[in-house]
Design a protein around this ligand. Structure first.
Ligand code: AHM
Ligand code: MG
Length: 332
């Protein structure tokens, strides 16, 4: 039985120059994940125990889960001396470390509760995180520390709150997955080295946007329907509407997830910094790939905190097929 703590320590021992700060940062995130998981498990009881905005038996105000998850992540990270600045999908601006706490050498970005519309229907949701080394030379962290291209991530990962809670992460030496054992409250190593199939059996995309897609995207998805057997074998469709859950299934079973641009969302819907970049880091570390249709996601240099990007991610050959199709249609 290997706990996440032991696994992270074993990894760290391979690098004599490591100070242990990144390891501790990963435990901080694992702790936040356990707190968020516990709140999600009780989410269905909110109507019985009191709704958001109401006061619970301890006199504390009940919070909406996305606000709770956001505060849990921020509070798990802001006082440790390991972080200089944070950024969250839920906050307009960067989140500074309060002045009474020391400033550290990492910048952490997160989507605290991705797919939150699934909460009301007991669907899977997740937390996504991304870690960069600080680049600003003075002060207590700045926007420059979080506006870095994804290829500079030192670690990234996600937590999926599904039928089990799992934490998947990479520090750039492959991808490992841990499952929370609720009886002991520990993440245990369940997937030591995740490698995604080169060709997947699933495709995941919101097809209600079909009429708004470009010709190239429509053409590529028709291939997944089985309409272009000379180019690609048809695939099975799976779409939850929760990036973490859709990505996780495809990572393990093989498949492609797309959120392309459309005539309404001309830059796509998903956020580069909190969703696309960390997932692209995991996908590549597992042998897959990720593109916006033209550029590798990890090469995109962000110019604003909440920048959106089209995303095509998953099994390498399937992502390549979409990029080739777009190129041939003059869109790549
Ligand atoms: P959120 O961060 O506000 O939850 O939105 C992101 C979610 C992703 O998890 C998911 O892939 C996508 O939105 C689904 O969008 P749609 O409902 O348009 O298919
Ligand atoms: Mg999100």
């Amino acid at each position: 039985m290997i706990t996440i703590e032991r696994f992270i320590l074993d990894q760290e021992e391979k690098y004599p120059e490591a100070t242990g700060e990144l390891s501790n940062l990963l435990y901080d995130i694992a702790l936040a994940a356990k707190i968020i998981a516990a709140a999600i498990r009780r989410a269905g009881l909110v109507n019985i125990l009191g709704s958001a905005g109401a006061t619970n038996v301890q006199g504390e105000e009940q919070q909406k889960l996305d606000i709770f998850a956001n505060e849990t992540m921020t509070n798990a990270l802001n006082h440790t001396g390991r972080v200089c600045v944070m950024a969250s999908e839920e906050d307009e601006q960067i989140i500074p470390v309060p002045s009474q706490y020391p400033s550290g050498k990492y910048a952490v970005l997160y989507d605290p509760l991705d797919g939150s519309s699934n909460i009301d229907v007991n669907g899977a949701v997740g937390t996504i995180f991304s870690i960069y080394r600080r680049v600003s030379l003075e002060g207590r962290g700045s926007e420059a520390d979080v506006l870095q291209p994804g290829c500079r991530q030192v670690a990234a990962g996600y937590v999926i709150y599904g039928s089990s809670t799992m934490l998947i992460y990479s520090t750039g030496q492959g991808v490992a997955g841990f499952t929370l054992d609720p009886s002991i409250g520990e993440f245990l190593l369940s997937h030591p080295k995740i490698v995604t199939p080169r060709v997947g059996k699933y495709y995941s995309v919101n097809e209600s946007n079909f009429a708004r897609w470009t010709k190239g995207t429509q053409w590529a998805v028709r291939g997944f329907h089985g309409d272009r057997p000379e180019e690609i074998t048809g695939k099975n469709s799976r779409y939850i509407g929760s990036l973490v859950a859709d990505f996780h299934r495809n990572l393990l079973a093989g498949g492609i997830f797309m959120y392309p641009a459309d005539s309404k969302n001309t830059r796509g819907k998903l956020r580069l910094l909190y969703e696309a970049s960390p997932m692209a880091f995991i996908a590549e570390q597992a042998g897959g790939s990720a593109t916006d249709g033209v550029h590798r996601i990890l090469d995109i240099v962000p110019d604003n905190l909440h920048q959106r990007t089209p995303l095509v991610i998953g099994s390498r050959e399937d992502v390549g097929y979409v990029a080739d199709t777009l190129r041939r249609m003059g869109e790549g």
